[in-house]
Design a protein around this ligand. Structure first.
Ligand code: SF4
Length: 285
């Protein structure tokens, strides 16, 4: 069995407790226009060009001013990659699950402070069978597991007993608003958050707070109601809009369409206060 991996690396206590080896898996079921990892969206991967030096690497002229024509590249044999240039690369590598597990085994001594392994994306559940196999093997080895997911997979509950630390995104409380901007509804996600809340004690729900999309006081009321079933030990984290991944959209040949989406300090405080006053347990990781 193989798995498509964009990159992996260590971070401390952001995607689960302790020092963690974090695997970003290729492919996503959602298309958030503010995505920090746009190269992760295409299920089979995409070409990334670093700058205009990449233009000459394409024999078909599909890279202009460091921007690949993503549609043109999709079905191409990708001769550009055989040039092994630092200016143009493919977003992911395909590895065997066994190879990934060997790598994790050799990194165990670095999982200090209750650390372990986190799978994220893109959307890791898009490669469900590989994810399930890796989580199962890690549990058997006694390695702490975490999953960061947008909650869109209908079989996600089947993984609950293999995940020590579950992080679920909730991008909008309203189905129509979610579908209009992200390209799909939120029912499966809200249903899975509810199932996770019933099946587990630990649960972290993350709200990406995007100006002009889900950050008004009325939205805060909507989220408070939509998540009112969360238990006192189950947490919510509000993450403010940023543009760390903006340049990568061009590198992937995709247009970055977000404008004026930063959330002011006042609006952020108001939003969090409404959630906290409703009884939700807010944290910051
Ligand atoms: S995949 Fe590479 S060779 Fe093919 S069109 Fe895109 S940049 Fe050109």
């Amino acid at each position: 069995m193989t798995v498509k991996i964009i990159h992996r690396g260590f971070n401390f206590s952001q995607d689960g407790p302790g020092n963690r080896l974090v695997y970003h898996l290729q492919g996503c079921t959602m298309h958030c226009p503010w995505c920090s990892n746009p190269e992760s969206i295409a299920p089979d991967g995409c070409i990334l060009a670093t700058d205009s030096a990449a233009d000459a690497l394409c024999p078909y002229g599909a890279v202009r001013d460091g921007q690949p024509d993503a549609e043109r590249c999709k079905d191409c044999e990708k001769p550009c990659l055989s040039r092994h240039s630092a200016h143009l690369k493919f977003s992911c590598t395909e590895r065997t699950v066994e190879d990934v597990l060997r790598e994790i085994d050799s990194s165990r001594m670095l999982f200090f402070d209750g650390g372990g392994v986190t799978f994220t994306g893109g959307e890791a559940t898009l490669q469900f069978d590989a994810l399930c196999a890796m989580l199962t093997a890690l549990k058997e080895k006694g390695i702490h597991t975490a999953l960061e997911t947008n909650g869109s997979h209908r079989d996600l509950p089947a993984l609950f007993d293999k995940i020590d630390y579950l992080i679920m995104d909730c991008k909008h409380w309203d189905e129509d608003a979610h579908r209009r901007v992200i390209g799909c509804g939120n029912r499966q996600t809200l249903d899975n958050i509810r199932k996770a809340s019933q099946a587990r004690t630990q649960l972290l729900v993350r709200i990406p707070l995007i100006g002009g999309f889900n950050s008004s006081p009325a939205d805060a009321e909507g989220f408070a109601e939509a998540l009112s079933f969360l238990g006192s030990e189950q947490c919510v984290e509000v993450l403010r809009y940023h543009e760390y991944g903006k340049d990568k959209w061009k590198q992937c040949g995709m247009a970055y369409t977000m404008q004026d989406a930063f959330v002011s300090d006042d609006a952020f405080r108001t939003f969090c206060k409404i959630l906290a006053d409703s009884g939700l347990h807010l944290i910051k990781t």
